[in-house]
Ligand binder design. Structure first.
Ligand code: NAG
Ligand code: NAG
Ligand code: NAG
Ligand code: NAG
Ligand code: NAG
Length: 683
């Protein structure tokens, strides 16, 4: 038994966390799954399953599975992001910005026990994946423990394999045939990477062990490739969903969570087989898959279109199309015999469509409707009888004509209710919801419209609370009310162009208003019908808001029912928006630069002006100071001329005559002696 060594190993080592590397971990659908898995859990499941009782129920098995184990027992997920601007997903312990071949990336890889490279849909990752495997192989001797490298590849590397038996094309390929596989011409790089990775794992299996997983077309959670069809169906903007070519090609598929379980099993079991085919047990053709989506999401029909036309779709890449057009029958033998997988969708998409739809809506943030499984089945069968219903439809039409003739062109309630009900049951209404405005108007109309048809009359009276058809009953009821006076004023103020052809003329409006007030007597109103169902109407008094365009009222309603839910933008739309934003940014930047320059120029001019003025003022000040100085110096000069200069001149003359040794000393002495004031004092 190949399982014994693995199990023995699990028993010997206590649960501890293992570090797992994932490339582009933000783009993986089943991404968070491994981080929740317990190391070794798939081994224990196997033991329990094999145990005494083969009839253990699913619930019991899941109890046995270690849901509440200590945190340190789980895988620690680290990895690279597909886009620089992506945020670290919550399940990841660490993310690395280096999504490129570098020593830094290698150092991160060396910290991990398990390295996963997903190259299924992204050929640009192949180079990095083969580099990573080769680089780890080179470093192998330094590993303290075994490292496992798992390459998640695709069954497209089998697409052109020769049939096992030329006589019988229905024999499926299994893991064991992997040496005979021949790749689709656009997936040569994939098969080459597979071969290299397998070869690198053969040098020293106790140090570095490698696995290749050939995955079927992945679906589940948000849907990868099939999202194109889900979205088209959900929107139901076209009457049918396209099938490329005749649609008779078989596509191997696998739910992403089941693929994640396969990866977990490989990590836990470390099997001796190194090439593993991961597909579910379904063998569906493209037509069957798309028919199922169309039936369960909408609009119900499919249409074959030539293969060439498929290439016109902008949302599908070449490799997506290659995968949709593959024709292969494959069987995952190894998984079946040697792994314990708690399958999410063992039998494939078609048999699990309800669950998958629920997941799809949740992951895409779309409205989740509380529909009932039985209804879906019935709907599907009705569909096929559609063409036989022409006679019935003709009968109905005749009935309507007759009724209208007899009743003065008035369409009887029974028909209005039937048509409304039919419309509410269509896929677009079920997927995207609906707004019913102004109908039903009475308790009875609401009852007819929403009550389950085959309700037993007696029970209804006994039970009091009516049983409604959950499929079509609204989630919210909003009543816009206003006093008569307000309504009358509004009608009077409506422009003639709006009134023309409606019942908003004054006299007709008054009749309708009276009728409405009469019908809605106290305990038999349309609102009471919903109140009894515990869908309590939100009542908004329109007159309270002075809001002719109802903007405030819409806000009030959104408060109650939440923001509109729909698909996010497509990549193309996003790109367009981003481009626009970038252009706007550039324009704004240019404007800012221009504004800055303008400001600076103005400042410069101002500075210059100030400078000039300052200079002028400075010159003026200087001039004034000089004048002042001049004016102040006049008396001194006069004084000097009158009293000092004569004595000084005499002194100088004397000095020239006597020629003393020290002329300055002499002169000072002279001036002192002949000081006119001193002289005058002498007098
Ligand atoms: C897988 O299971 C089969 C059947 O139980 C067994 O013969 C085979 O040896 C197992 N292979 C490995 C690698 O464990
Ligand atoms: C592999 O990558 C593609 C995108 O390149 C993604 O859609 C898919 O879900 C990934 N698969 C797994 C198992 O993570
Ligand atoms: C399991 O259930 C089947 C049918 O329900 C029964 O025949 C069989 O004896 C059960 N096996 C065990 C081990 O209880
Ligand atoms: C990856 O690194 C190479 C050089 O090592 C460089 O030329 C290339 O632009 C890088 N690519 C990305 C996506 O960073
Ligand atoms: C005409 O209208 C009345 C009341 O709305 C209804 O009872 C009657 O069945 C209608 N006649 C036909 C032929 O539908």
């Amino acid at each position: 038994d190949g399982r014994v060594p693995a199990r023995a190993m699990a028993a010997a080592t206590p649960a501890r966390s293992q570090r797992v590397f994932l490339n582009h971990l933000d783009s993986h659908c089943g991404r968070g799954y491994l981080s929740k898995c317990v190391v070794g859990a798939s081994l224990e499941d196997l033991e329990e399953d094999e145990g005494e009782d083969e009839n253990t129920s699913d619930a019991e098995v899941s109890n046995l599975k270690g849901g509440q184990r200590p945190k340190e027992g789980v895988y620690q997920v680290v990895g690279t992001l597909s886009k620089v601007e992506s945020n670290k997903p919550s399940f990841a312990v660490e993310t690395y910005a280096v999504s490129n071949i570098s020593d830094e990336l290698l150092s991160h890889l060396l910290e991990c026990e398990i390295i996963l490279y997903n190259i299924t849909e992204d050929a640009n990752q192949i180079e990095e994946a083969t580099w990573a495997a080769s680089a780890l192989h080179t470093e192998m001797q330094r590993f303290e423990t075994l490292k496992i490298f798992i390459l998640i590849s695709t069954i497209m590397s089998w697409a052109k394999s020769k049939p096992l038996d030329p006589e019988d094309s229905e024999i499926a390929f299994t893991d064991e045939d992997y040496r005979r596989r021949k790749s689709h011409p656009n997936f040569i790089d994939h098969i080459n990477a597979e071969k290299l990775v397998l070869k690198l794992g053969k040098t020293n299996k106790r140090k570095f062990s490698t696995y290749v997983v050939a995955s079927g077309l992945q679906y589940g959670a948000g849907e990868g490739i099939l999202h194109y069809f889900f979205k088209m169906a959900w929107l139901s903007e076209t009457p049918s969903i396209p099938v490329f070519g005749d649609g008779n090609n078989f596509i191997p598929t696998i739910h992403v969570l089941d693929l994640a379980a396969v990866l977990q099993n490989i990590a836990d079991h470390r099997p001796k087989t190194h090439y593993i085919v991961a597909v579910d047990e379904s063998m569906h053709t493209l037509k069957e898959l798309i028919k199922c989506i169309s039936k369960n999401v909408g609009p119900g029909k499919i249409k074959m279109i030539p293969r060439e036309n498929a290439f016109l779709s902008k949302e599908l890449t070449q490799s997506h199309l290659d995968m949709l057009l593959v024709n292969l029958r494959m069987e995952a033998m190894f998984l079946k015999d040697n792994f314990s997988i708690k399958w999410v969708a063992q039998t494939g998409l078609v048999e699990n469509i309800e669950e998958i739809l629920k997941e799809y809506k949740e992951s895409r943030g779309l409205l989740v409707m509380a529909w009932q499984a039985d209804d879906m089945g019935e709907e599907g069968e009705d569909d096929e009888e559609e063409s036989e219903n022409i006679e019935e439809a003709q009968e109905l039409l005749d009935g309507i004509k007759q009724s209208m003739e007899q009743n003065g062109s008035h369409l009887d309630d029974q028909y209005v209710i039937k048509f409304t009900k039919d419309k509410l049951k269509t896929m677009p209404c079920r997927n995207q919801g609906y707004v019913l405005d102004g109908f039903p108007e009475t308790y009875d109309q609401a009852k007819e419209l929403f009550n389950l048809e085959d309700e037993d009359e007696e029970e209804e009276i006994k039970g009091r609370i009516p049983k409604c058809d959950k499929l079509i009953t609204p989630e919210f009821v909003i009543s816009l009310t206003a006093p008569d006076e307000f309504l009358k004023n509004r009608i009077i103020n409506l422009p003639e162009s709006v009134v023309a052809g409606t019942h908003y003329t004054q006299d007709r409006f008054l009749i309708s208003l009276n009728l409405f007030r009469e019908l809605n007597t106290e305990d038999e109103t349309v609102l009471n019908y919903f109140d009894e169902l515990e869908i309590h109407p939100q009542i908004i008094d329109v007159a309270k808001f002075e809001d002719p365009e109802n903007r405030i009222i819409v806000k009030e309603i959104i408060k109650e029912i939440g923001e509109p839910r729909n698909y996010g933008l497509t990549d193309e739309e996003k790109e367009k928006l981003e481009r626009k934003a970038a252009e706007k940014h550039l324009v704004k930047e240019a404007e800012e630069v221009a504004e800055q320059e303008r400001k600076e120029a103005a400042e410069r001019a101002e500075r210059k002006e100030k400078w000039e003025e300052w200079n002028k003022r400075l010159a003026e000040v200087k001039r004034q100071e000089e004048e002042l100085l001049e004016a102040q110096s006049i008396p001194l000069r006069n004084y000097l001329m009158k009293h000092v200069m004569p004595t000084l001149t005499q002194g100088l003359n004397e000095c020239c005559k006597i020629r003393p040794d020290d002329p300055v000393d002499f002169l000072a002495e002279y001036l002192f002696k002949n000081n006119p004031e001193i002289e005058s004092d002498k007098h």
